[in-house]
Design a protein around this ligand. Structure first.
Ligand SMILES: Nc1ncnc2c1ncn2[C@@H]1O[C@H](COP(=O)(O)OP(=O)(O)OP(=O)(O)O)[C@@H](O)[C@H]1O
Length: 330
C-alpha cells in the first residue's frame, strides 16, 4: 500500500473513477470488516493483520485510479476540514480504528457530539465530551506527558520515540475543533484549549503524540495559517468556497486547480489529501458503518483489556529500573 504522491492534473470529473473499488480486507477478517451501505460506493477498511501497530502505514481509502492510499501517521499530524456531511468523521473513524487495533497506541478522544467517536470510548484512555474543563485538563496532562517524555529522551540522549519504546504513542483525535475553540466555554477557556492543541501539534511528534483534528468550519479564525502549517497532512472534504479549501490545503492550491469545491455534494467521503507527496491527491476514504465500528471497538477493547491484564500479572524484571514517567488515565 502506498500513497501516490505523483503530480496529477485534476480531470473534469475524476471522482467518477472511484467507481473502481478495491478491497484490501484480509480474508480472516471478513466478519469484522464488511462493505456497508450508504452513499452508493463504499470502500472497506483494510487491515493487514491482527497485530497492527501505529508505526504501520494507516490505510485510508483509494485514490482516483482505485489504488489504495495509506500513510504513516507516526511523527505526523493530520488536519481534516470540509462542510458538514462531507465525510470527515468517516476518515477520523478509519484512523481511530487502526489506532484502537494497535495495542502499542493509546487513545485520547475529544468529541463534542459524543456519537462520532463514542463507540471507541472503551478503547480510549480518555474520552472528552462537551465539557471544556475536562478538555483543557486532559490537554494539560498530555502536555505534562509530552514534557516528561522529552526529559526522558534527553536523559537517554535520544531524539525520538521508536517501536517497542518505554512509552506508547498517543493518538489525540478531535472531532470538531471549532466546538472547543470557538463555541463552548468562555474566551479564556477557548484560548487555553487552542494554545494547548497548538503546543501538542507543534512539539508532540517526536514523542509519539499524534493529533488528528477535524473541523466543519475551515475559516481563518478556527485554523490560522500558523496552526494549519504545523499539520504535515491535510485533508479537504467538499468546501463551499475556494478560500475554505485553501485554508485547509494551503494558500494557492485552488488557483492551481486543486479546490475542494469541485467535489460534488453527493460524493461523500471524497477529499483532497496532502500527505507524503506534498501535492493534493483525490481520494475516497474507506467507510466503516456503525455496526462494523461497534464490532471492531468491542474486539479492540477486549484485546486491550487482555494486554493490560498481562502487564499487571507478569512481573516486569526491569520494573525497578523504570522511571514512572507518564500515565494518561481517565
Ligand atoms: N467514505 C464514505 N463512503 C461512503 N459514504 C460516506 C463516506 N463518508 C461519509 N459517507 C456518508 O456521508 C455521511 C456523513 O458523513 P460524516 O458524518 O463522516 O460527515 P462529516 O463531515 O463528519 O459531518 P459533520 O461535519 O456533520 O460531522 C455518512 O453518514 C455516510 O452516509
Amino acid at each position: 500500500m502506498t500513497t501516490r504522491g505523483r503530480r496529477r492534473r485534476p480531470s473534469a470529473r475524476p471522482w467518477l473513477r472511484l467507481l473502481e473499488v478495491r478491497s484490501d480486507v484480509d480474508e480472516t477478517l471478513d466478519d469484522l470488516f464488511e462493505e456497508a451501505e450508504p452513499a452508493g460506493i463504499t470502500v472497506p477498511a483494510g487491515v493487514r493483520d491482527l497485530n497492527m501497530s501505529i508505526f504501520d502505514r494507516v490505510f485510508l481509502g483509494i485514490d482516483d485510479v482505485g489504488a489504495s492510499v495509506s500513510v504513516p501517521l507516526i511523527y505526523r499530524n493530520l488536519l481534516i476540514g470540509g462542510e458538514p456531511g462531507g465525510g470527515k468523521s468517516s476518515l477520523l473513524n478509519v484512523i481511530v480504528a487502526h489506532a484502537a487495533l494497535s495495542l502499542d497506541c493509546r487513545l485520547c478522544l475529544f468529541d463534542g457530539k459524543q456519537v462520532e467517536l463514542g463507540q471507541w470510548e472503551s478503547c480510549a484512555d480518555v474520552f472528552v465530551g462537551p465539557d471544556i474543563r475536562h478538555a483543557i485538563a486532559t490537554l494539560q496532562r498530555l502536555q505534562i506527558v509530552m514534557d516528561n517524555r522529552y526529559r526522558y529522551l534527553r536523559w537517554r540522549l535520544r531524539r525520538k520515540i521508536r517501536p517497542n519504546d518505554k512509552f506508547s504513542p498517543i493518538l489525540i483525535a478531535i472531532d470538531e475543533l471549532a466546538y472547543y475553540t470557538a463555541t463552548i466555554g468562555d474566551k479564556k477557556q477557548r484560548e487555553d484549549f487552542s494554545g494547548l492543541v497548538r503546543d501538542l501539534v507543534a512539539r508532540g511528534r517526536a514523542v509519539g503524540i499524534i493529533v488528528v483534528a477535524a473541523t466543519q468550519r475551515p475559516s481563518s479564525d478556527i485554523i490560522p495559517t500558523s496552526l494549519r502549517d504545523l499539520f504535515a497532512y491535510r485533508a479537504a472534504f467538499r468546501c463551499t468556497t475556494d478560500s475554505s479549501s485553501d485554508i485547509i490545503l494551503a494558500n494557492g492550491w485552488a488557483n492551481r486547480g486543486w479546490s475542494a469545491t469541485s467535489i460534488p455534494p453527493t460524493s461523500r467521503g471524497t477529499n483532497l489529501l496532502i500527505a507524503e507527496g506534498g501535492v493534493p491527491l483525490l481520494m475516497r476514504t474507506a467507510w466503516l458503518d456503525d455496526d462494523t465500528c461497534g464490532r471492531i471497538a468491542t474486539y479492540a477493547a477486549g484485546r486491550r483489556a487482555e494486554a493490560r491484564e498481562l502487564r499487571i500479572t507478569i512481573p516486569d524484571p526491569n520494573a525497578k529500573k523504570r522511571r514512572p514517567l507518564d500515565v494518561v488515565a481517565a
